[in-house]
Design a protein around this ligand. Structure first.
Ligand code: FAD
Length: 392
């Protein structure tokens, strides 16, 4: 049997960040860290199918702080990684719109975000029309706009930078699948599909949408499951330049859109009762666009009345059914089993901070930078949600 100090399962942005920050502590340079990823193509990984949004418009202070950490990492990319490092960050902002009856909640969220250093501003319908002339605002109460520090980036590029840097520091990347976890009062070892067993001192579940399945191998209940989401690529010939340079906009209905080159991306999370089966990523529901997305798009941005869907893709959210927030930290009874999962559609922008947090916990047994105790497993065990209101 081989030995490892830390086994991290999942080579997406979260597992790669754990590997990067764990291997970055020079005092612990001789630790044997193994990153296990079953799919070298990352074809189904959430990271590869993400829309890459980065915002500070959350209702939970921890989420704001985690996204701010990724922002600072992205801003320092060329000094941290290499002069050529680039993750395609477009700082065009987020615009979250609220109907009249939700303005109070929106303004409370803006106040919280500003308290935590975000540059979010609240705009009434008149100011919205002035700033975004392409927007229909008759039925809008207000909008919250991230005037700086928000936008979108390419998550696979950031994941690769983190993973490659971790490997350069000695982390072993194994293309294999963990099929069994041997645990009693601690995780003792994992079984790999190719045959060998790997003994470990610490184990990290960074398996994204499959984190619940992985936890179950150790007999642990974790309410994280894959939820299928559709992203549609649309062409709008008539779109004015201002719209092409506009923010990621979220309609009160939950429909979102943003520019992507000369095209636009858009989508909507289905209601609970319309959740599609979480299978077959090749199967795209174009009726969902016609019935649930396009009518809201055209109502919100009149020029979207005439658009053509030119492409689409699907992906799995790593969905925490309890409260749509991440689970970060050790299991209370299996203390060397660490969760880094359940991001529910905001993990691309929070993976880096989660990786640093797990590295701190494994190394120092404490959160040293952002206190993420409220994201621990205790709330899962007690069925006590810590809800995030801004889930897109
Ligand atoms: C359509 C879509 C849009 C999104 N938009 C945004 C956005 O705008 N902003 C944002 O922040 N987030 C967004 N997200 C969410 C974000 O992409 C995820 O939260 C994040 O990528 C999760 O990263 P991860 O590393 O945990 O998971 P993944 O990238 O899924 O990586 C997990 C890896 O674990 C591997 N694995 C699983 N089980 C095993 C096993 N037993 N053995 C070995 N390997 C295993 C899998 O092969 C996979 O590669 C979006 C997601 C989707 C699908």
């Amino acid at each position: 049997m081989e030995n490892a100090d830390v086994v991290i399962v999942g080579g997406g942005i979260v597992g790669s960040a754990v590997a990067y920050f764990l291997s970055g502590d020079s005092a612990l340079a001789d630790r044997r860290i193994v990153l296990v990823e079953r799919d070298p193509s990352y074809a189904q990984a959430s990271t590869a199918r993400s829309a890459g949004g980065l915002r500070q418009q959350f209702s939970t202070p921890e989420n704001i702080a985690m996204s701010q950490f990724t922002l600072s990492l992205i801003r320092a990319l060329t000094t941290t990684f290499s002069p050529e490092a680039d993750v395609g960050f477009r700082e065009q902002g987020y615009l979250i719109l609220a109907a009249e009856d939700s303005v109070k909640l929106l303004s409370e969220n803006v106040a919280l975000q500003r308290l935590h250093g975000a540059n979010t501003v609240l705009l009434d319908a008149t100011k919205l029309s002035g700033r975004f002339p392409w927007l229909a605002t008759e039925d809008v109460g207000a909008g919250a706009f991230g005037a700086s520090g928000e936008g979108w980036f390419d998550p696979p590029s950031l994941a690769s930078l983190l993973r490659n840097a971790a490997r350069a520091r000695g982390v072993l990347l194994l293309h294999d699948e963990v099929t069994r976890i041997d645990a009693s009062t601690r995780v003792e070892a994992v079984q790999l599909a190719s045959g060998p067993r790997l003994a470990c001192q610490a184990f990290v579940d960074a398996a994204g949408p499959w984190a619940g399945e992985l936890a179950a191998l150790a007999g642990l209940a974790l309410p994280v499951e894959p939820r299928k989401r559709f992203v549609y690529v649309i062409d709008c010939r008539e779109a004015p330049e201002a719209l092409r340079h506009g923010p990621l906009t979220v309609d009160p209905s939950g429909v979102w859109f943003r520019p992507e080159g000369r095209l636009f991306l858009c989508g909507k999370s289905p209601e609970e009762e319309e959740e599609p089966p979480a299978v077959d990523l090749d199967q795209i529901d174009y009726d969902f666009f016609d019935s649930n997305v396009w009518p809201r798009l055209a109502a919100r941005v009149p020029v979207f009345e005439s658009v053509k869907v030119v492409n689409a893709w699907t992906g799995f959210y790593d969905y925490n059914t309890l409260d749509q927030n991440a689970v970060i930290g050790p299991h209370p009874d299996l203390a060397n089993f660490y969760f880094a999962c359940g991001f529910s559609g905001h993990g691309a922008q929070q993976g880096a901070a989660a990786g640093r947090a797990i590295a701190e916990l494994i190394t120092y047994d404490a959160f040293c930078t952002i206190d993420l105790s409220r994201f621990g497993y205790a709330r899962i065990a007690e069925g006590r949600p810590l809800p995030e209101q801004n889930v897109i």
